[in-house]
Design a protein around this ligand. Structure first.
Ligand code: AMP
Ligand code: GLY
Length: 429
């Protein structure tokens, strides 16, 4: 079978890499993909944009593609899955209506309230004045979120009322997030440690993947502005067996049952960003796709074939498909362009990946790279995901940073503390 992966980041390289390991797959095509996907033995990239539905459809017909896997949220929110499946194609991902769980925070919050899914209390505002009044009445800390998709950057955790008011004005009056910020959600501030639980879903059955933890702030010690994610590890020790059970019983299953009851059966990956609080796990956000960079640490641990799982999510029958993980921990360190998540330069030559991959257990996923006349150069904020498995978490971390230190490009920025929270929790740091 030929499999199409929509997207061009590190998540898509990890997906294509894992899909290519399936004996049932003869070719993995990235649209538009990246040089990492192109370099896979079974890899091919085609310059097709996932938002151009007709071009995706033409590609599927032209290449005789058997399964399409959608990486990013934007084409899901626009209805790519509906469009392709109405035409009879097998496609992995939620339909447009189900994708609102990520596409609209107001929808997600109301849905959780309807189905008693634990999350922060909230209120939705279309008027900046009323939002400000709510802040004055409720005080800080408080969390301000743009309603729509804002590439992970539409959230301000305000420690003072002034900060909250400034964030409200920027989004609602200044329009910094465009239409995504015309409506804001104000949320109760939750304290605890965060983790990501991704789950395969076929509309009925939910199979959680191994737990993981992202590192969203740009700088060591969780300082600096929020990014798309600077590194991750799996498993996340904060998700003990009891927490995992509660996430399944109180969050994932009610979510999938609720979506089915509301006429939008949830198929694809459901990503629950959770806060492990004193009262148990509570939802910070839902995403309707694989996490980035969580995918880069979860999939290398999966020992079973992913393709039958993806097919079962799209077609049904997930309960009968094995999904197995190795005990070995996995860590990924993001190498980013200097300046990210603010302005940064592109086109810097990258060297040392082959050397890095000679380290045992290391795999380098491309996130924002392109070929420029035979040279590999930077092409995005997050450039590479240097990933390592090890017998223990400290070994995986050491391997990942040894590999990072083999790779060079001008202005490269990495966090040096990926995994430290887990080491502390395990009593190893
Ligand atoms: P989101 O894009 O909704 O995941 O929010 C980005 C980050 O803001 C999260 O990863 C949390 O660190 C933080 N955050 C969001 N909502 C809350 C909340 N209600 N309480 C505390 N922190 C939050
Ligand atoms: N790692 C955060 C996300 O994928 O949204």
């Amino acid at each position: 079978m030929k499999v199409l992966v929509i997207g061009s980041g590190g998540r898509e390289h990890a997906l294509a890499w894992k899909i290519a390991r399936s004996a049932s797959v003869e070719q993995v095509i990235g649209a538009p993909g990246n040089p990492g996907i192109a370099s896979l033995d079974k890899g091919l990239c085609v310059p097709v944009d996932g938002m151009d539905f007709a071009a995706v459809k033409a590609l599927i017909e032209d290449k005789d593609i058997g399964l399409t896997v959608v990486g990013p949220e934007a084409p899901l929110a626009e209805g790519l899955v509906d469009y392709l499946s109405e035409g009879g194609d097998l496609v992995f991902g939620p339909c447009r209506q189900a994708a609102q769980l990520e596409g609209s925070k107001a929808f997600a919050k109301a849905f959780m309230r309807r189905h008693n899914i634990p999350t922060a209390d909230y209120a939705v505002f279309d008027s900046a004045e009323e939002a400000e009044r709510h802040v004055r009445e409720n005080g800080a800390p408080i969390v301000v979120k743009a309603d729509g998709l804002a590439a992970g950057k539409g959230v301000t955790v305000a420690m003072t009322e002034e900060e909250a008011v400034a964030a409200i004005r920027e989004a609602m009056i200044g329009g910094v997030f465009g239409d995504a910020g015309r409506r804001v959600v104000l949320e109760e501030y939750m304290t605890g440690e965060e983790a990501s639980i991704l789950a395969f879903c076929d509309g009925e059955t939910v199979v959680p993947m191994a737990s993981s933890q992202d590192h969203k702030p740009a700088l060591d010690g969780d300082k600096g502005p929020n990014t798309g994610g600077m590194g991750a590890y799996s498993p996340a020790p904060v998700v003990d067996d009891e927490t995992a059970r509660r996430v399944y019983d109180e969050i994932l299953l009610p979510c999938v049952r609720g979506m089915a009851a509301e006429g939008a059966p949830y198929k694809g990956v459901l990503y629950a960003g959770i806060m492990v609080t004193e009262r148990g796990p509570r939802v910070v956000e839902f995403n309707v796709r694989f996490g980035d960079p969580e995918t880069q640490v979860v999939l290398p641990r999966m020992t079973s074939d992913i393709v039958p799982v993806l097919v079962a999510c799209a077609r049904g029958g997930l309960a009968d498909v094995p999904v197995v993980y190795a005990d070995t921990p996995c860590v990924t360190v993001v190498m980013a362009s200097g300046g990210y998540p603010g302005a940064y330069e592109k086109g810097k030559e990258i060297t040392g990946i082959a050397e890095a991959e000679r380290e045992p257990g290391v795999q380098v996923f491309h996130a924002g790279t392109r070929m420029d006349g035979g040279k590999l150069v930077t092409a995005g904020g997050r450039v590479l995901n240097v990933t390592a498995t090890g017998a223990t978490l400290p070994e995986a971390i050491t391997r990942a940073y040894t590999a990072v230190d083999c790779i060079r490009f001008d202005g490269a920025h990495v966090r040096r503390d990926i995994g430290r929270k887990a080491l502390r929790r395990l009593g190893l740091a």
